[in-house]
Design a protein around this ligand. Structure first.
Ligand SMILES: *[C@@H]1O[C@H](CO)[C@@H](O)[C@H](O)[C@H]1NC(C)=O
Ligand SMILES: *[C@@H]1O[C@H](CO)[C@@H](O)[C@H](O)[C@H]1NC(C)=O
Ligand SMILES: *[C@@H]1O[C@H](CO)[C@@H](O)[C@H](O)[C@H]1NC(C)=O
Length: 469
């Protein structure tokens, strides 16, 4: 994975306006205010209507209700408190961690946290997603508004809590907490290894005193430069023996109150759990990935969010609101910052051309035909490419995309939504074609394979002929 640096995934969907598909009903000139206002009204009504309409070939709406499994009040003292500790139950153990690496990677980080909660039989407390890679002025987004927490909880057999259920989001009280810094030990090869920072920690008003985890948490041999720690070595710190043997490791006083605290045992806290594996690094790409099998695959979408994505997909394919979403092939092509990996190679030689991508799409079409007997003609492109010419080539292939500008998605719902809707549309393809090295593509691929038993392809790139076969 030498070309891969998914840790700072800044991927957000590009919102094409120049290459926007002509919409027969919509005036594109700013001066036609009345038309626009009328259309906006209609489109808002359309949204309301669409959200009530359960109709998809995937039957995503047919999910049972899982309310009983997520009765968070049973695992807390009551409603959110000013200090988190006042809300923890003295007969219950918890685990938490923080995220700071772009949305897709944060999803994987929370997946790892929840898997570690399973290993340690603790209740995970999950923080919100930070918008730093989208627009830092956008408020953080709750995990449970993107993912179906009751369903996840039911599937994996443990309760899950979100930080805003535990501690009042408006609280100004800084809570002291002792935590383990994994980052400081796996980054020992760096000059000044430090605990991983996350703006979430400040938002939660946590004042954390970090203790370095033992060197043996590192997943790969000491002389290998790699940031991964191993699941089970971290899990041992949740139990008395390894914990007591490791308490003497270097500790940093908390930044606010300057207190030195041993790692908390009731609320086990790690600074950063993105780089975790059971057997090797970058495991979310492997077939056996435990974090995917035991947690990730059960992280299904919040139904409200999924219906909104369905409505966008339907409009992209010009399917009337009262008809089901037809099967489509989803494509995710990441360009954006991936150009930094082209090492001076002209981009048209470095990135796979649309004709190469189209070959992969027809392979997926072929496989859907031979294995499932369905003819899938709809293709929905998602990409961060900003070149209007590229988008008009996409259109020339007969493919489509979500026109977030015309749908006024950001305006109506906020800047987070195109990111979520892209991911949901990718995940609900009957088949999927993605980009090598993109964690967003990898997650989409796994979801299409696991949820829909759909054929998938990953397009190679980085040199001329990289995807020849
Ligand atoms: C949740 O648990 C509390 C305390 O155990 C109980 O009073 C309440 O009725 C439960 N709510 C649901 C929806 O099951
Ligand atoms: C634990 O909490 C319960 C109820 O809040 C209380 O009655 C009990 O005394 C506590 N136990 C300990 C050991 O603090
Ligand atoms: C889904 O998100 C909405 C907010 O958009 C929330 O009200 C609802 O409770 C969430 N659904 C579940 C099952 O948690």
């Amino acid at each position: 994975m030498d070309t891969q640096d998914p840790y700072d995934d800044s991927e957000t969907p590009f919102i094409p306006t120049l290459g926007a598909k002509p919409r027969p009903t919509k005036g594109r000139k700013l001066s036609r205010r009345t038309i626009c206002a009328a259309v906006a009204g209609i489109s808002l009504l359309g949204f309301g209507f669409l959200l009530l309409k359960p109709s998809s070939y995937l039957d995503t709406q047919d999910v049972p209700s899982y309310s009983a499994a997520s009765n968070s009040s049973s695992y807390l003292q009551g409603p959110p408190t000013q200090r988190f500790r006042d809300n923890l139950r003295n007969d219950t153990k918890y685990i938490t961690s923080f995220s700071s690496a772009g949305w897709t990677n944060d999803v994987m980080t929370y997946g790892n946290l929840i898997y570690l909660a399973l290993l340690t039989e603790r209740i995970p407390i999950i923080a919100k997603f930070l918008s730093s890679h989208i627009d830092s002025s956008e408020p953080p987004f709750a995990f449970g508004e993107v993912f179906d927490v009751p369903r996840l909880s039911q599937a994996i057999g443990i309760p899950l809590l979100e930080w805003h259920e535990v501690k009042d989001s408006e609280s100004q009280v800084f809570d002291d907490l002792g935590g383990w810094s994994v980052w400081e030990s796996v980054e020992r090869y760096k000059e000044d290894p430090r605990p991983r920072e996350s703006p979430i920690i400040d938002r939660l008003k946590l004042d954390i005193s970090w203790t370095r985890t033992p060197d043996w948490v590192k997943l790969t041999p000491p002389d290998v430069i790699d940031d991964h720690a191993s699941f089970w070595s971290l899990a041992t710190l949740a139990f008395p023996l390894a914990r007591s043997e490791s308490l003497g490791l270097p500790n940093r006083p908390s930044p606010q109150h300057h207190v030195s605290l041993p790692p908390d045992d009731q609320l086990l806290c790690f600074d950063f759990l993105y780089f975790i594996g059971a057997q090797r690094p970058w495991e979310w790409e492997m077939d056996y990935s435990p974090a995917w099998r035991f947690v990730g695959q059960h992280m299904r979408w919040n139904v409200t969010m999924e219906k909104l994505a369905d409505a966008h997909a339907r409009r992209a394919m010009n399917v009337p609101a009262d008809e089901p979403v037809p099967p489509y092939i989803s494509v995710h092509i990441r360009h954006g910052d991936f150009r930094d990996q082209c090492r001076g190679l002209p981009l048209d030689q470095c990135f796979a051309s649309l004709s190469i991508i189209a070959r992969r799409v027809s392979e997926v079409q072929e496989e859907l035909h031979t294995q499932k007997g369905i003819e899938v003609t709809h293709v929905i492109m998602t990409s961060d490419e900003s070149d209007p010419e590229w988008w008009s080539e996409v259109r020339a292939l007969g493919w489509t995309w979500v026109d977030y500008a015309t749908d006024r998605t950001e305006e109506i719902y906020g800047k987070w939504y195109p990111v979520f809707i892209d991911a949901i549309i990718q995940s609900n393809g009957a088949g999927f074609v993605g980009t090598r090295g993109s964690t967003m593509s990898n997650l989409a691929l796994r979801r299409v394979q696991t949820w829909h038993n759909g054929p998938t392809r990953i397009v190679q790139w980085g040199r001329p002929g990289a995807d020849d076969h």
